[in-house]
Ligand binder design. Sequence first.
Ligand code: LER
Ligand code: MN
Length: 272
Amino acid sequence: MIKSAVTVSLVEQARKGPFVFHEDLAAACRAAADLGFDAIEVFAPSGAAIRALPLSSLLRDHGLALAAVGTGAGMIVHKLSLCDADASRREQAIAFIRDIISAGSEFGAPAIIGSMQGQWNDVVDRPLATQYLQDGLQELGEYAGVCGTTLNYEPLNRYETNMATTLAQGVELLKPLATKHVRLLADLFHMNIEETSIAGALREAGSFVGHVHFVDSNRQAAGRGHMDYLPIASALTAIQFAGYASAEAFPVPDSNAAARQTIETFRKCFRS
Ligand code: LER
Ligand code: MN
């Protein structure tokens, strides 16, 4: 059964980012539980920052799970990426992500690699960047397996990456890897920009889909844009997706209203 989640960002530099809740983890957990969400997804500054949170007690007290942990602070705050031309910077990127994988795994949560995948450029051409990214995903996927969790690789739209922008390109990137612990994150906002058919792309990617960012065409809460959710919900059901549909959306008009709108759309899609 598909489960619901809502994002909470604890990264100061991502204050204007597409996260439903910002800063106050306790308030976010209370609101998520009141609305009936199954889980929260946390975007934190680092693995150490995750360990320093009162996450166990908040999750337990509110009957919530941890759906996933984001790694984007590595890019936003430290400008680290898996495609960096400098080997020591790539190593720092790997170390940063490993620590988040480890911290998330203590709660059974996978980590997400979105912006930290990086981009190819004049210095690191596309084949070399692809090699660096695959090497990084292989190492980090193996590590996720050792930690008893998985890793979700997220294709992004063309304005955020020039690596994989569609699920099919994501599958192409992951297929040669020896590790089977890396799966795809299907973010409906990015897919709305890049895919010919969102439902078709989900069906094609099938069991590679490990996590969904559940959001509308305008990156607002599901139900506040012009996304056609019916074929998307049918595709996710058809591929027997049993992970999280996690609301990664702007807090418009405010966090609580965005969360409420999301769970209403989620129930229409997956619980009726
Ligand atoms: C970035 O646009 C995004 O969708 C995030 O999930 C990546 O960390
Ligand atoms: Mn996303």
